[in-house]
Design a protein around this ligand. Structure first.
Ligand code: BG6
Length: 482
């Protein structure tokens, strides 16, 4: 067996989000979240993006797969036991804000919601699995979107602060790793998920998006402050979508456009959260969208807080890269994880059209680490694919193994490049509801869950071929990828 370059304490694991697997959407006092108002199917973004959409839930017209998820709320013990069987060192999951503060603006938390996460955390610790918690992953209480207009409203800072204080205080003795907001930069393309804003409550005006980001930056710093006051050893990170971005050719004009896209999409939020100040290109970026920095509601106290409480590490999701041209055929586009791009002729795409690029992960790791000089953590990566069950009852997902292997090989190279990489938590380690399409049939897991897009089926869990493969990867600390 070859030698590993992965450090001894490398955090191998998997990642999920509450709204995509827990189900039990009204159990034990939970309130509705924005995810509960998102219909299932490829029409999801079309519905959310229509000017009429006002967060109304219409069960006559649509299916809402997140309401049931994979019933993890009832099955978490059995599911975590399977993660333990794979040898997980950590498990990234999120807390549903609406289980803790059902409406978001209450003064007192819902004890039943906290008790559920007590149990989830204890179940992880029982197996020596380190919990890694995302405080807010696309699931703010629906009331905050409807009544307050989402994150553009400054009042949300205090609501988030109260929520973060409750969960950090309750769990900090058992949970060392945290992230403040999932994919905070995704709002550039789709503010419904992370900012609770759609066209009918202000998403059409970029000033609202920029203001919402600012409010989230302040909230993120407050969470870091609370966490570090409880325990200076807590590690509290940001979490961004990262798509390594290439110019389609060597034309300097396209290179410059690529640089701008990188700054706007990949770096803007992380620059503020990691360095604690707005980057130099802020005015150019905001002006290009018709917004002036001085028109935003930003106080001196806010800026002091950002500076005083930056994040400890850089968490990011990586599924695909993106290509840019302003001189070539801009109409030959491909789909992507919220952000698409023009077709890169050197890459193949997944069944959902995301262009697969393992080498881009090595580049991403180097770019992020060298820009920030803080530890980096790949907290999402994976292949969404349709899985078939053979006549013998097996799921031979070699395509998924190939995808993950190629990405792990590039992580190893990045470590050899000198990158301080904390861990790897592939997305949807157990099949769950897709965020962008609300489908179950877009599967990422090592564990198959027998449910269809309407969440009909037995719900039975089955190990895929990738289950044993990943178990071996972890057991050998990344030495045996065969
Ligand atoms: C990330 C999100 O964008 O990608 C997850 O943080 C999401 O919530 C994942 O599920 C994969 O995207 P999708 O749309 O295939 O579920």
């Amino acid at each position: 067996m070859s030698q590993t370059v992965f450090p001894e304490n490398f955090l191998w694991g998997g990642a999920t989000a509450a709204n995509q697997l827990e189900g039990a959407y009204l159990a034990d006092g939970k309130g509705l979240s924005v995810a509960d108002a998102m219909p299932g199917g490829k029409i999801r973004f079309e519905v959310l993006g229509s000017p009429e959409f006002d967060w109304t839930i219409d069960e006559e017209k649509y299916v809402y797969p997140n309401h049931k998820g994979i019933s993890y709320y009832e099955h978490f013990k059995e599911d975590i036991a399977l993660f333990a069987e794979m040898g997980f060192k950590c498990y990234r999951f999120s807390i549903a804000w609406s289980r803790i503060f059902p409406q978001g603006d209450e003064l007192e938390p819902n004890e039943a919601g906290l008790k559920f996460y007590d149990q989830v955390i204890d179940e992880c610790l029982k197996y020596g699995i380190e919990p890694v918690i995302t405080i807010s992953h696309y699931e703010m209480p629906l009331n905050l979107a409807k009544k307050y207009g989402g994150w553009k409203n400054r009042e949300l800072i205090a609501f988030y602060e109260r929520y973060a204080k409750v969960v950090l205080t309750r769990f900090h003795r058992k949970v060392k790793y945290w992230m403040t907001f999932n994919e905070i930069n995704s709002a550039l393309h789709f503010p419904a998920l992370s900012q609770g804003m759609v066209l009918s409550n202000g998403a059409g005006d970029f000033k609202n998006i920029a203001q919402a980001w600012h409010n989230q930056f302040v909230a993120s710093s407050l969470a870091v402050k609370i966490g570090h006051e409880l325990d200076p050893d807590l590690k509290i990170g940001c979490m961004i979508i990262y798509a390594t971005t290439y110019s389609l050719d060597a034309n300097p004009v396209n290179q410059a456009a690529t640089m701008e896209q990188n700054q706007i999409f990949n770096y803007y939020c992380a620059d503020v959260q990691v360095r604690g100040e707005y980057p130099g290109y802020t005015n150019r970026f905001l002006n290009s969208r018709g917004v002036k920095f001085e028109d935003l509601d930003i106080t001196k106290e806010d800026l002091d807080l950002l500076k005083a409480y930056p994040v400890d590490y850089v968490g990011f999701s990586y599924y695909m890269s993106s290509a840019v041209t302003v001189t070539g055929d801009e109409s030959d586009t491909v789909a992507g994880n919220l952000l698409g791009g023009v077709r890169n002729p050197f890459l193949k795409a997944s069944e959902w059209g995301w262009q697969i690029d393992p080498v881009g992960l090595r580049i991403a790791l180097n770019e992020l680490y060298n820009r920030y000089q803080k530890p980096v953590f790949v907290v999402e990566n994976g292949l969404g694919a349709v899985d078939e069950i053979t006549a013998e009852g097996q799921i031979i997902d070699d395509y998924r193994i190939d995808y993950l292997r190629a990405h792990i090989e590039q992580m190893a190279k990045a470590i050899e490049d000198g990158v301080d990489l904390m861990g790897y938590t592939p997305w949807g380690c157990i099949d769950l509801v897709s965020a962008s399409t609300g489908e179950m049939s877009k599967r990422y897991g090592f564990i198959y869950v027998d449910l269809d897009d309407k969440i009909e089926g037995s719900g039975k869990r089955m190990k895929k071929k990738s289950f044993d493969w990943y178990k071996q990867v972890i057991a050998t600390n990344g030495a045996d990828l065969a």
